[in-house]
Design a protein around this ligand. Structure first.
Ligand code: SAM
Length: 232
């Protein structure tokens, strides 16, 4: 008689694998058009280990592994897996780094960063989304690596700065000075910048070791706007 398997098979593994293949295919075309290197095996590996279905509403779990953004309530979205992968790669993190994310949303991007070996402090302006992401991150096993804060991420988290990378997943119309100030020398801010509902540029803003700031445009994107807490 054969022994039962020690761990239950993951019924979503095939869907997740297919999503990673689709993202890799999409990336081959997109990176050639952008004239950039493609996604690294480390990023694709992190995507392949992150259970996206645990970060979408229950009625959308069957389509959780399509390469599309999905609504998560409160007028917000979980980003397209390709964009999550692209931004994760652009951060150029190393295991053990500490990263600030502005715009927790579902918690999925933070979970992918945790799969890269990064410690994440993520800040969300909609309290109900922050609470749900905290719960879903805990259920998915990321509570030890991701801390969700509530508030206006425009100001960053000065008490925990400097960060080895900052990623912003909602679009302001300019690069917030406080986020730049919280970057450790040599680290990167990955951020969509542009008009709400209009054209936005995905930028990598680097603060060199000597303090000089460089901006590089990567591609055009469409993100929800970065909103501001009127109290600040
Ligand atoms: C595209 S969604 C984020 C996707 C998210 N990273 C994920 O993986 O699901 C953008 C999020 O940014 C949040 N947001 C907008 N303005 C913000 C601000 N000033 N501070 C913090 N979060 C903000 C929105 O409420 C929304 O949840």
């Amino acid at each position: 008689m054969s022994e039962p398997p020690r761990t239950a098979p993951d019924p979503r593994a095939a869907d997740r694998h297919a999503m990673v293949e689709e993202v890799a295919r999409y990336d081959r075309r997109a990176s050639a058009e952008m004239g950039r290197p493609g996604l690294s095996p480390a990023v694709l590996g992190a995507l392949g280990r992150t259970p996206r279905h645990l970060f979408v509403p229950a009625d959308l779990q069957t389509v959780a592994y399509a390469n599309n953004p999905l609504p998560i309530g409160h007028g917000q979205t979980i980003s397209q897996p390709y964009i999550v992968a692209l931004m994760t790669g652009l951060l150029e993190t190393s295991p053990g780094d500490t990263v600030l994310e502005v715009g927790t949303g579902s918690g999925y991007q933070a979970a992918v960063l945790a799969e890269m070996g990064v410690i994440v402090h993520s800040i969300e302006i909609v309290p109900a989304l922050a609470r749900r992401a905290r719960r879903d991150l805990a259920v998915a096993g990321y509570a030890d690596r991701v801390t969700v804060h509530e508030g206006d991420g425009y100001a960053g988290l000065p008490d925990l700065a400097p960060f080895d990378g900052v990623i912003v997943t909602a679009a302001p119309d300019h690069v917030p000075a406080p986020l730049l100030a919280q970057l450790a020398p040599g680290s990167r801010l990955v951020i969509p910048v542009g008009a709400s509902g209009g054209h936005q540029d995905l930028l990598v803003v680097t603060r060199d070791e000597d303090g000089a700031v460089r901006r590089e445009r990567v591609t055009g994107v469409r993100f929800v706007p970065l909103t501001r807490d009127a109290g600040r």
